[in-house]
Design a protein around this ligand. Sequence first.
Ligand SMILES: C[S@@+](CC[C@H](N)C(=O)[O-])C[C@H]1O[C@@H](n2cnc3c(N)ncnc32)[C@H](O)[C@@H]1O
Length: 417
Amino acid sequence: MALFSTKNDESLTDLESHKMGSDKVSRSVDTRALISQLKLITSDPSALKGLEDGERLQLKQVARSAADALEQPFETMVRIAYSPLLLVTARIGQDHGIFAQLCAAAGPVSLGELSTASRIPADVLEPVMDSICARGMATRVEAQAFAASPLTHLLSSPELRSAHIHYHDSVLPGLAKLKEFLHNPHGPRTAWQMGHDTDLSYYSWLDGHPVQKDAFHIYMEAHVIGLPTWLDVLDFEKELAAGARAEDVIFVDVGGSNGQQCAALRKNYPGLLGRVILQDRPAVLKTALEVEGMEKMGYDYLTAQPVKGSRVLYFRQIFHNNDDETCRKILRAQLSAMDGNTVLVIDDKVLPDRELLTDSMDSEYQASLSLVMRTLFNSQERREAHWRRLVEEAGLVVRDIRKYTEFDDSVVLCVKQ
Ligand SMILES: C[S@@+](CC[C@H](N)C(=O)[O-])C[C@H]1O[C@@H](n2cnc3c(N)ncnc32)[C@H](O)[C@@H]1O
């Protein structure tokens, strides 16, 4: 296998020459200095504390690209072929209590102790621990003893645990069918339905899977903690609710899940007059937050909007769960409830019309998320021109688009044509 036998080859394959760059560049690198600089970072990441975020991201990107460029073809094959194991072993470590035990221990934990706690026979567990340690998710301190690494602690947090339950248990079986699905993308089942062998929609399936459902909702909340929100880029009171009286509906969060956006609105504008309504499927409302000044209403967004004349009809991360045809259906279902003061707010990603920059911080995340939407719902993240077209086809027009995070999270403000 010529591709895999290169280390001592005199002649490099085209692929390798491309990866190594020109001889001139490789000879001019002070490898030892570079290694010791990088070791400084890996041994003590706080050495970079205070680094400006753009510079940090650039450094991360260059370090990753450099690692890729250094690979031999066999190593590239290994990296790609075994990549699903990163998620799978993280989930094993979380689910079988391996990480929890390592984090709780004052010192090294033996393979036997881990085996007892995880209920995985020691001979089966050892290669699992090898894989976990090879990915830095724990550290092997002696031949058969392990300790927590910084990553073990991170992976034990409820937020990462929930994210991994969601991606491993719910999403991964669908991703494994994406290739097959793309042979017939207009077939009766989504890749996710093929992976789970069900005709249920993802959300209906969640109702029968409480662990995955809780994990999904925790993840949905947690993944935006610390990021700016849509309320940071518009003045709700002045721009959307001016002159509203107590009896007027000012905000309907359609498909609002547990009501976090209603709660945020009430918190940001404590004296705001007007009614705030959370709409979702009845099963979701049962476990929604109790928020003062928030009403709950069961509603299927494919049917005519029952709340008339609200100042705002708000949809956060709803349309990226639906294909264009369903989006038009949802939008048209709102039209008869909108008056001249109603603004329909779409809170979703608005990707730039230009291609995603390959070295930008968000390109991998954006592109991956879009494929997850394709897998779960046969939908996608949309670019600006796509939004404008979609909204117009449904009888609305875009009044403004405001981006509020560096990941292209944006609000699209729409009014009736
Ligand atoms: C991706 S979540 C977004 C939740 C919330 N807007 C947020 O941003 O956190 C999609 C939400 O749409 C709700 N949903 C799904 N199908 C629905 C339907 N036909 N009618 C109303 N809500 C629905 C789900 O229950 C879920 O809460």
